[in-house]
Design a protein around this ligand. Structure first.
Ligand code: NAP
Length: 294
């Protein structure tokens, strides 16, 4: 099969490309950075250099593909995060139709069943809606949980304040996922083949935030590291103070409210899904310690 992968050599796309290549698939990886060409080629893939906001580039790249993996790369420079995410989804949909692609793996998120109140995930809801309106297309929609690697953003907070936290409580449960487990699940479905429309929730672990603090704390030699729940203003100020633009911080505060209330997980919970990913919280904590100490 000829497979196009968006997301360059990112968290999911690199292991996905590597696995697909090892199974004999012909893979093209899209990157916006010409300097990534050599590394992509070394993996055994073809490099397509251009932007996912350039529809003509997408059409040219998608032509002749049996399947495309579509993800919306974060862009923190935009004025309206939700509108940006939707616009990339629309470019993808237009390019898929124009290039005559029949199979899509669409990276969405847990919580994308909701139209509002979830920050950036509402943008992924919009993208899901765009694809649900397309005919004669097989779409596997991935709805992963909260990426473990989001916790890397807490390294400075731990180092300077001796705490980890956000605008949700220590007793709140969170559905966690490792991007490598997402790549493995996507590669498995691609190998099996899929038809029609389906949604795949992907999770590696489900734990309380206080357990996250404890696992990370133990791994870095601070076993009593507390999870501290901030109010929305503190969380917003902290993110802006750490360099995030206001629009992005507002979106993450809203997503934090959806984590706090539990609405983000309600559809996942209703379907009684057990986390199947191999990489558990303690495995991630060991990786976190390497980054923390480096
Ligand atoms: N974080 C979470 O908890 C969470 C939860 C659910 C879903 N998600 C979804 O997962 C996505 C992130 O996936 P990921 O972690 O695998 O990605 P990632 O590691 O952030 O990689 C994305 C890559 O896309 C490339 N890129 C950026 N802008 C581009 C452009 N305009 N055109 C072409 N390529 C561009 C960049 O590589 P180059 O510099 O090489 O171009 C970047 O490294 C999020 O955007 C969100 O949609 C996230």
């Amino acid at each position: 099969m000829k497979i196009i992968i968006t997301g360059s050599l990112g968290n999911i796309s690199r292991p996905l490309a590597t696995t697909l290549i090892s199974k004999g698939q012909k893979v093209t990886v899209i990157s916006s950075n010409p300097e990534k060409s050599a590394e992509i080629t070394q993996l055994g893939a073809e490099a397509a250099i251009g932007s996912v906001s350039d529809e003509n580039f997408l059409i040219d790249t998608f032509k002749g593909a049996d399947l495309v993996y579509l993800m919306v790369p974060p862009d923190f420079s935009v004025n309206d995060f939700r509108a940006y995410i939707k616009s990339i989804g629309q470019h993808y949909a237009n390019a898929v139709k124009a290039a005559g692609v029949n199979k899509v793996v669409l990276l969405s998120s847990i919580g994308a069943h909701l139209a509002h109140g979830t920050g950036p995930i509402a943008g992924l809801h919009d993208v899901e809606q765009i694809f649900s309106g397309l005919e004669n297309l097989d779409v596997l929609t991935l709805r992963p949980g909260f990426f473990y690697n989001n916790f890397y953003a807490n390294i400075d907070l731990i180092k300077h304040m001796g705490i980890i936290g956000s605008n949700y409580e220590a007793d709140q449960s969170i559905v966690l996922v490792d991007p490598k487990d997402i790549a493995a699940a996507a590669a498995e479905k691609i190998a099996e083949g899929f038809n029609g429309r389906s949604i795949l929730y992907i999770a590696s672990d489900k734990r309380k935030l206080k357990e996250v603090a404890s696992a990370i704390g133990t791994a870095i030699g601070k076993a009593d590291l507390p999870w501290v729940a901030f109010d929305d203003t503190q969380a917003y100020d902290g993110m802006v103070g750490a360099g995030l633009p206001s629009e992005i911080a507002k979106n993450y505060v809203e997503m934090g409210n959806a984590i706090s209330s539990g609405i983000l997980w309600e559809d996942f919970e209703a379907k009684n899904i057990t986390p199947k990913g191999k990489i558990k919280l303690e495995d991630f904590a060991a990786q976190f310690a390497l980054a923390y100490n480096s």
